[in-house]
Design a protein around this ligand. Sequence first.
Ligand SMILES: [Zn+2]
Length: 64
Amino acid sequence: MNGAEGYMLKEKLHCFMCNNLKDTGIIVNNHFICIRCERKIVNTSPNHQKYQSIKEKIKLLWAK
Ligand SMILES: [Zn+2]
């Protein structure tokens, strides 16, 4: 594997979702998502109210 994706980063980045400075998470299309938000996305069921707003944010990642 070589690439920017992974769970441990060498430097802290601002999370695309919560805007906190974290060094653990994933990078999607050059946007950093911290581990907490990534889990939130994974664990939010499609029936959940928040799912739509989360999905809208995620769509922005791929829209570029
Ligand atoms: Zn976050």
